[in-house]
Design a binder for this molecule. Structure first.
Ligand SMILES: [Zn+2]
Length: 108
């Protein structure tokens, strides 16, 4: 007795819509292990999970970049504020600000 073949019509490839019957043996409900609806569903879900994970990863990279940019601009503001503080008259405040500015300048 000839083995039952999978009932899936497989696209031949190329530009024209032509199909052939799947060559694989049917193993369950008339489908091969590749084309069984449950197997296809499982593959689709795995693909979706992969795309979701990749999306989350990109989001995390963008979030880190945004944070870095926010910190950079905050840092620049801080340096500017320190500069004006140094222009103030109180010597202890001035000296303290000068020290902080000296440390900050190493990062500019
Ligand atoms: Zn098949």
């Amino acid at each position: 007795m000839e083995k039952e073949r999978c009932k899936k019509d497989v696209h031949d490839g190329g530009r024209w819509p032509s199909f052939h019957r799947c060559y694989l043996a049917a193993v369950k409900d008339g489908w091969c292990k590749i084309h069984h609806p449950l197997a296809e569903k499982k593959r689709n879900q795995a693909g979706e999970k992969k795309r979701r994970d990749e999306w989350k990863q990109r989001e995390a990279i963008y979030a880190a970049a945004r944070l870095h940019q926010q910190r950079s601009s905050l840092f620049a503001n801080l340096v500017a504020a320190l500069g004006s503080l140094i222009d103030s008259r109180e010597e202890s405040v001035m000296n303290n600000a000068k020290e902080v500015l000296k440390a900050a300048n190493k990062f500019l």
